[in-house]
Write a protein that binds this ligand. Structure first.
Ligand code: ADP
Ligand code: ADP
Length: 589
C-alpha cells in the first residue's frame, strides 16, 4: 500500500508546467497515474502509482511525498482530501485518568484532538463525513466507542486549552484575567470556586485585574490552563501546557491538571517529556511520517510509553521510530578533567527595579553548562552580558572571544531564503552538515526566512549557532517551539559539537530532560523573580541540580531502564525519603 501527499500550500500548478504529470512513467504508458482535478490540482492515483519517485525528485517546490506503508493499514479514520494527510486510529479519553500524547509535529496530534472534540468527523478516507452508524460500526468492540456515542448525543462536554496562548493577548487582549476566567470555556460555564482555587494554585493572584494584552507568555499560559480546567466539563483537552513556564510552574500546572483528572477524562499533548511523564497515567505515541500519515499507538502505561519512545521502538506495534535510542548518562565521563577554557569574574547588572549578581566562574574545554532557574531571575541578562550585548555594571565579560549567540526571542528579519541565509554565514561545513541532517533543515532551504514558523526558525538559529566559528556558544531556550524529537536531537547536537570542537557552551532551558541530556555541569539562578536574581558558578550536575530542586521543593528519581530523570509525586515515599537525605536529583546506583 502506498500513500502520496501533495502539499497544496507549495504546489504551483501550471507555473511548473505539471512536472509531476510530465515525468510519470505511468502517464507515458497511457495511464491516469497523475491527472488534474477540476481546479487544476494534480492528483496522484495511489493504486496506479508504482512509487518510482520521479515526481518527488522533479517537483521544483518539493511538494510531493510518496511513502510505502510498511504494513496494510486499512482505511484511515480521517483524511483531509485526495493526496492529503491521513490519520489512523483515535485517541482514547479515559474517565478519571490522564492520557498523554507524544508525537512530532505534523503527525496528526491536533487532527486527533479535533476528532475527539467533534470539530472534525471521521470520513474513513472518503470525501464525505461518515454517518454515526458507520462510525459506531467501525469502532465496534473498541473502548473509544462509548466516548463516540457521548459525542453523538452531544454529551461529551469538552473543554479545550488552545496550543498558542500568545494569541490570547491579541484576540482577547482587552479582557482582565478575572473576566477571562469568569467567561467559562467553549460554551461551558465557569465554576467560580474552582476558578479561584486554580488561580491561586497557578499563582495568578497578582495578574487577576490585569488585561491579557499586558501579560507575559507564562502568565497567559497559566490563565489559559485555569480557564480550561475550571469549566464545567467532563473532558479536558490540553495542548502544550508547559510552553513559557519555568520548571516549578510546569510541575504546578501538571499537578493542577492531574487534579482535574478526578473530574473527568483528560488528554494532554506535551513535548517536555519530564512533564508529560509526571502528568500522565497512560500515553499514546503517534508515529508515521510527518505531513503524510500518523498512526495512534495502543494505550501504554506512561512510564513504558516514554521509555519506548526514547528507545525508538514501540514494542506492541513492532515499529522502529528511530535508528538510535536516546541514552541518558548518570555519570559524565571526562567532564571534570578538561582544562578551564574561559574564566569570568563576578558580574552585576542593574535595571530599574531589577538587579542581578552572578558569581564568577569558569567553563572547561568542550563542556556544556546548563542554566536553570525560575523565570525573571536574570538568566537572559547573564547570557547577554557574556554575549557582549549588555554591559555589566560591575565586572566584565571575558574579552577577545568570538561568541556564537542564539537569543531567546528570534527575529526573522533576514530578507531571503534559508539557503541564502546559510550562504551568508561563515560556518564549519562538517558541523553544519550534521545539524542540517539532524534538525531536518533540507525541507526549509527554499523557504523565505520571514515566513518560517517558530519551530522552523528555532532549528535554523540553533544550526547557525552550532556551526559558526566561535570560542564560546550561548543558547537561550533552544527547546522552545521544538517538538519532542527535535529537542532530543538538538540536545545531543549541542553536547556532541562541544565535545568534538572543544568549544564550551552555555544552555538556558526549562526542559529538564533537555538539560540533563546536554549538560556536563549546571549553573543555578535563584532570587525574587522580577526584583532580584543571583547566580552560582557552574557546579557539578548533581550538586547544582540538588540546589536548584531544593529551592523548588521538587525531587527527581532515575528510571532504572532508560536512566532518565522522573519527577516524584509530592508526598510520595521517594519524595519524602529523598528530601530527608538531600538527594533531590537522585543519581541512582
Ligand atoms: P500536529 O498537531 O501533530 O502538528 P496536525 O494534526 O496539525 O499535526 O497536522 C497533521 C498534518 O495534516 C500536517 O501535515 C498538516 O499540514 C495537515 N493538515 C492539517 N490541516 C489540514 C487541512 N485542512 N488540509 C490538508 N492538510 C491539513
Ligand atoms: P530570565 O531570563 O531569568 O527570565 P531576564 O534576564 O530576562 O530573566 O530578566 C530579569 C528581569 O530583568 C525581568 O524582571 C525583566 O523584566 C528585567 N529586564 C530585563 N531586561 C531589561 C531591560 N532592558 N530593562 C529593564 N528591565 C529589564
Amino acid at each position: 500500500m502506498r500513500i502520496a501527499v501533495i502539499d497544496r500550500d507549495k504546489c504551483t500548478r501550471e507555473v511548473c508546467g505539471y512536472q509531476c504529470i510530465k515525468v510519470c512513467p505511468g502517464v507515458r504508458m497511457g495511464d491516469e497515474t497523475v491527472s488534474k482535478d477540476a481546479e487544476g490540482w494534480p492528483v496522484i492515483n495511489e493504486e496506479l502509482c508504482t512509487g518510482c519517485g520521479l515526481c518527488v525528485k522533479r517537483c521544483p517546490v518539493k511538494a510531493i511525498k510518496v511513502i510505502n506503508l510498511p504494513e496494510e493499514k486499512g482505511a484511515p479514520v480521517f483524511q483531509y482530501g485526495p493526496n492529503a494527510f491521513r490519520l489512523y486510529g483515535l485517541l482514547l479519553p479515559k474517565q478519571g485518568s490522564i492520557v498523554g500524547v507524544i508525537g512530532v509535529n505534523g503527525i496528526g496530534k491536533t487532527t486527533a484532538l479535533e476528532l475527539l472534540r467533534g470539530a472534525l468527523k471521521p470520513n474513513f478516507g472518503k470525501a464525505e463525513a461518515a454517518g454515526w452508524e458507520e462510525i459506531k460500526r467501525a469502532f465496534r468492540g473498541n473502548e473509544v466507542r462509548g466516548y463516540l456515542e457521548k459525542l453523538e448525543r452531544g454529551e461529551a462536554r469538552v473543554s479545550a486549552k488552545q496550543q498558542y496562548v500568545d494569541r490570547l493577548a491579541s484576540d482577547e487582549g482587552e479582557k482582565t484575567v478575572e473576566k477571562f476566567l469568569a467567561d467559562g470555556n467553549g460554551g461551558k460555564s465557569a465554576n467560580a470556586a474552582l476558578a479561584r482555587e486554580l488561580a491561586e494554585e497557578l499563582e495568578l493572584g497578582p495578574c487577576m485585574k490585569r488585561k491579557l494584552s499586558q501579560l507575559s507568555g507564562g502568565e497567559l499560559q497559566r490563565a489559559a490552563i485555569a480557564k480550561c480546567l475550571s469549566a464545567d466539563a467532563g473532558v479536558f483537552f490540553i495542548d502544550e501546557p508547559a510552553s513559557f513556564l519555568d520548571v516549578r510552574q510546569r510541575l504546578k500546572a501538571a499537578a493542577a491538571i492531574r487534579k482535574a483528572g478526578g473530574r473527568g477524562a483528560v488528554v494532554v499533548v506535551e513535548h517536555d517529556l519530564a512533564v508529560l511523564d509526571y502528568l500522565s497515567d497512560y500515553v499514546h505515541v503517534l508515529y508515521g511520517t510527518r505531513g503524510v500519515y500518523g498512526k495512534v499507538s495502543g494505550l501504554k502505561a506512561a512510564r513504558n510509553g516514554v521509555n519506548e519512545f526514547l528507545d525508538g521502538f514501540l514494542k506492541d506495534e513492532n515499529v522502529r521510530m528511530r535508528k538510535e535510542p536516546i541514552r541518558f548518562e548518570v555519570r559524565r565521563p571526562g567532564a571534570h578533567n578538561a582544562p578551564a577554557a574561559i574564566a569570568y569574574g563576578k558580574l552585576v547588572k542593574k535595571y530599574p527595579g531589577f538587579g542581578l549578581a552572578a558569581d564568577g566562574g569558569s567553563v572547561r574545554e568542550g563542556e556544556v553548562v546548563g542554566i536553570l532557574g525560575p523565570n525573571a531571575t536574570g538568566k537572559t541578562t547573564f547570557i547577554k552580558m557574556l554575549a557582549g550585548v549588555e554591559e555589566p555594571d560591575e565586572g566584565s565579560a571575558p574579552a577577545k572571544i568570538a561568541v556564537a549567540y542564539k537569543p531567546q526571542y528570534l527575529k526573522a528579519d533576514f530578507e531571503g531564503t534559508v539557503r541564502e541565509l546559510f550562504a551568508k554565514t561563515e560556518v564549519d561545513e562538517f558541523t553544519f552538515g550534521e545539524a542540517k541532517a539532524k534538525l531536518e533543515l533540507d525541507e526549509l532551504m527554499e523557504k523565505q526566512v520571514a515566513k518560517l514558523s517558530g519551530g522552523e526558525l528555532q532549528r535554523v538559529a540553533i544550526a547557525i549557532c552550532l556551526s559558526r566559528k566561535a570560542g564560546l556558544r550561548l543558547f537561550d531556550e533552544p527547546s522552545a517551539f521544538l517538538d519532542v524529537e527535535q529537542r532530543l536531537a538538538a540536545a545531543e547536537l549541542i553536547k556532541k559539537t562541544a565535545k568534538a570542537s572543544g568549544v564550551p557552551s552555555f544552555v538556558v532551558d526549562h526542559d529538564i530532560l533537555f538539560i540533563d541530556l546536554a549538560s556536563d555541569r549546571v549553573m543555578v539562578f535563584s532570587g525574587n523573580p522580577g526584583i532580584k536574581g543571583s547566580a552560582s558558578a557552574p557546579t557539578d550536575l548533581r550538586e547544582g541540580m540538588n540546589s536548584f530542586l531544593a529551592g523548588q521543593g521538587i525531587t527527581f528519581r532515575r528510571d532504572p531502564d532508560s536512566r532518565r530523570p522522573r519527577a516524584n509525586k509530592p508526598g510520595s515515599q521517594l519524595d519524602v525519603e529523598q528530601k530527608k537525605t538531600g538527594e533531590y536529583y537522585y543519581a541512582g546506583k
